[in-house]
Design a protein around this ligand. Structure first.
Ligand code: GTP
Ligand code: IMP
Ligand code: MG
Length: 338
């Protein structure tokens, strides 16, 4: 089955957590790999329980998957222990020896940084400061911490060997295309390249090993923190339309704009998307709530999705219809991508 990678197409918070969780339950990966860092909060709602995740791969609800954290990722020890214990996944989680470790001093440095805190609207989790230390070759890595020893592995090797054996591997990107350090709205971006190629590089797997590149778009656009947001709605208008959300990590209200075809086309290009997952269709079409079959979606919703497909020229294979992982229309077999 090869390797699939899931990335965000807008400014993060498109619902990658739920998409990864759904794909994990439906397609049963042997390995699930998380990239990025603790500034990215993913939410998974499964059987009525709401899980907030900052490091553990979102597909952990599929119990047979090995959980991995990529070499390019940055962990925080307190978050790692709290989250793995809370979720009971210590017996199947492993961290690449080369993953970076954020220390308290990185968090403090960001809190003191006026550009990050007042201008950029950083989550101030120390990620950028640790990344800067990494570039300067002074960051400590997972392999430098004896307490992590039982959990250390070579993720790149495991992933490449798994693909060789014919196993299915799922890689979870985080944040969104336009928060990319290279391709986003600099300087209002995060401290890494968030696009599919960079996510693969974080894991240590080359582009020829990839089967599907799934770009996730929400049915509208949100952005948390500063920076341009074309077509931004007033808070009042967003409220009236029922589109107000709050950040998973910071609790800040997210700014809202309508679906943006221009950005979506560019995200398709930057990531070479082979499929698109469109989440939160139930927010635009309430009768779509938790529908699981294409034919049962309201007619206007189907038309709207087909219009998106026509304009971005990539099949919409997954349609999110509610918070619960199982609220999903899956057309991947019908479209022929699996
Ligand atoms: P980042 O890596 O931070 O970009 O996160 P993310 O893409 O995983 O998104 P996040 O979980 O932060 O926010 C998405 C929110 O939408 C969560 O609260 C999800 O439970 C919710 N959600 C995801 N898909 C759907 C959907 O199809 N319908 C509804 N109603 N909610 C959804
Ligand atoms: P930092 O990466 O925490 O320094 O934040 C830089 C910018 O990226 C800010 O605008 C943040 O709000 C945004 N950002 C970082 N991570 C996420 C995420 O996971 N979802 C949405 N926005 C994010
Ligand atoms: Mg998020």
């Amino acid at each position: 089955m090869g390797l699939d990678v899931v990335v965000g197409g807008f400014f993060g918070d498109e619902g990658k957590g739920k998409v990864v969780a759904y794909i994990s339950l439906a397609y049963k990966p042997k390995l699930l790999v998380r990239t990025g860092s603790v500034n990215a909060g993913h939410t998974v709602v499964y059987r009525g329980k709401r899980y907030k995740l900052r490091l553990v791969p979102s597909g952990f609800i599929y119990p047979d998957a090995g959980l991995r954290i990529a070499a390019g990722a940055l962990i925080r020890l307190d978050v790692f222990w709290e989250e793995t214990r809370r979720l009971g996944v210590l017996d199947r989680i492993k961290v690449d020896a080369n993953a970076g470790v954020i220390e308290e001093k990185h968090v403090e440095a960001e809190r003191r940084d006026a550009l990050l805190s007042s201008e950029i609207g950083s989550t101030l989790q120390g990620v950028g400061a640790a990344m800067a230390d990494r570039v300067l070759r002074r960051l400590r890595l997972a392999r430098d911490y004896p307490e992590l020893k039982p959990y250390i592995t070579d993720v790149a090797l495991e992933v490449n060997e798994a693909i060789e054996r014919g196993d299915y591997v799922l890689v979870e990107g985080c944040q969104g295309t336009f928060l990319s350090l290279y391709h986003g709205t600099y300087p209002y971006v995060t401290s890494r390249d968030t696009t599919a190629s960079a996510v693969l590089s974080e894991v240590g797997v080359g582009p020829k090993k990839v089967s599907n590149i799934i770009v996730v778009f929400k049915s509208y656009v949100t952005r948390v923190g500063a920076g341009p947001l074309p077509g931004e709605l007033s808070a009042k208008e967003a409220e009236r339309l029922g589109l107000i959300e709050y950040g998973t990590v910071t609790g800040r209200p997210r700014r809202v704009a309508p679906f943006n075809f221009e950005l979506a086309r560019r995200a398709v290009m930057l990531n070479s998307a082979t499929e698109v997952a469109l989440t939160k269709i139930d927010k635009l079409f309430p009768e779509a709530k938790c529908v699981r079959e294409w034919d049962k979606l309201p007619r206007e919703a189907r038309r709207w999705i087909e219009d998106v497909e026509d304009k971005i020229r990539v099949p919409v294979t997954l349609v999110g219809t509610g918070e619960e992982v199982e609220c999903m229309v899956d057309r991947r077999r019908e479209v022929g991508v699996v």
